[in-house]
Design a protein around this ligand. Sequence first.
Ligand code: SDX
Length: 422
Amino acid sequence: MRDTITITDDRTGKTVTVPIEGGVFSSSALRELDPSLFMYDPAFMSTAACKSEITYLDGGAGILRYRGYPIEQLAEHSTYLEVAYLLLHGDLPSTDQLATWRNDVTHHTFIHENMRKRFVDGFHYDAHPMGMFISSIAALGTFYDGAKNIQNEASRRKQILRLIAKTPTLAAMAYRFSIGQPFNYPDNDLSYPANFLNMMWKVGPHYEVDPALERAMEVLFILHADHEQNCGTTAMRVVGSSHVDPYSSAAAAAAALYGPRHGGANEAVVRMLSEIGSIENVPAFVESVKAGDGRLMGFGHRVYKNYDPRATIIKKAAYDVFDVTGKNPLLDIALALEDVALKDPYFIDRKLYPNVDFYSGLIYQALGFPVDMFTVLFAIPRTVGWLAHWQELLADPDQKISRPRQWYSGPGERSYVAIADR
Ligand code: SDX
């Protein structure tokens, strides 16, 4: 069997044969047949828009690997900063490399005082933290003139360090603003997750981070770090392909993540569970979804047609958190919902399983985060995924500015009609 595909244009009898490599074939085959022919593929359901070495998914088997390392092993043994290094550099760091990396990130956690004292005050008192987060990332870029120098490796590294280091600070700033409490400065003696929890919760001179909760945040950050060509990362690549600075691209990626179909789902799941209200209401809710009245948020995935491996890990991590915080009362409703859905042909036939967002919100809520902070908690760790794809894009000789074609289905030529004659 040859690893090729042959396409015949029946209008001309012309055929073209192209190799199949890595499960893809080049669409240049079409241009060989007829330069005016395009494939119609809304939402890129069957399109590989790039070549990438960063993350591998097998949707049927429920496999997720960062640079070849299984997510289960990284969640058990690694830290977020070590995973961030892996995603950006391609290999796990040595002891010295990790120490330098941690030091570099830690010394970029502060933001300009004008961000804290002037920019953030422009928001309304009840602004959604995710809207503030998105705006703050774009605004951050205006403080760094070198950000536009994307062809310079040293400048790219500096911006990457700044974005990874400052997103927890921006997130905590958005939260503290929303509750009218003073901001907490970063504490560079703490780990990445502990520093974030410190900036979020410290009231008074000291905040004691519970090791179990610090580890839970670390695992959640690891699990959310990257996920190949999801909607937000695709936005990062499309906007980045215009060669704009990485802050503007990351703001676009965060904006895509904000949507309820994407990273906004963790917030939607907890709101859904709260609306269901009790285990007794689960069957009726499931029937309403099957009748087309809304979706089971936290279920389904474009790639995973099996269990999202992150959902399995998060579900286990939830119990570690609940040992400290007490069980989230919504957990029983979530478990009942999962049990009913996984036995129902409607969900089985559509291969709908819990995804990363189904249980994560229960942990965030148990940790004390308000629901409108949940997507921000997704965006913080995903920043390194966006940046890893951004730098891969810039280094890829195949890549140009993203500019897809279209299937024009509008009217043919017609002449202007004066308003008196319309
Ligand atoms: C994330 O891409 C990534 O990698 C994303 C992510 C990441 O790490 O970046 O993994 C993070 O975004 C996870 C997904 C979070 N979103 C949700 O939980 C929202 C609820 N799920 C969906 O809306 C949906 O499942 C999507 C958006 C996740 C995927 O949608 P697809 O692949 O476009 O599938 P579809 O909308 O075409 O649905 C196929 C069928 C439809 O039924 P029919 O029209 O064929 O009868 O499945 C049904 C849909 O109605 N369906 C659901 C459903 N999801 C799909 N029905 C009920 N509940 C659901 N959740």
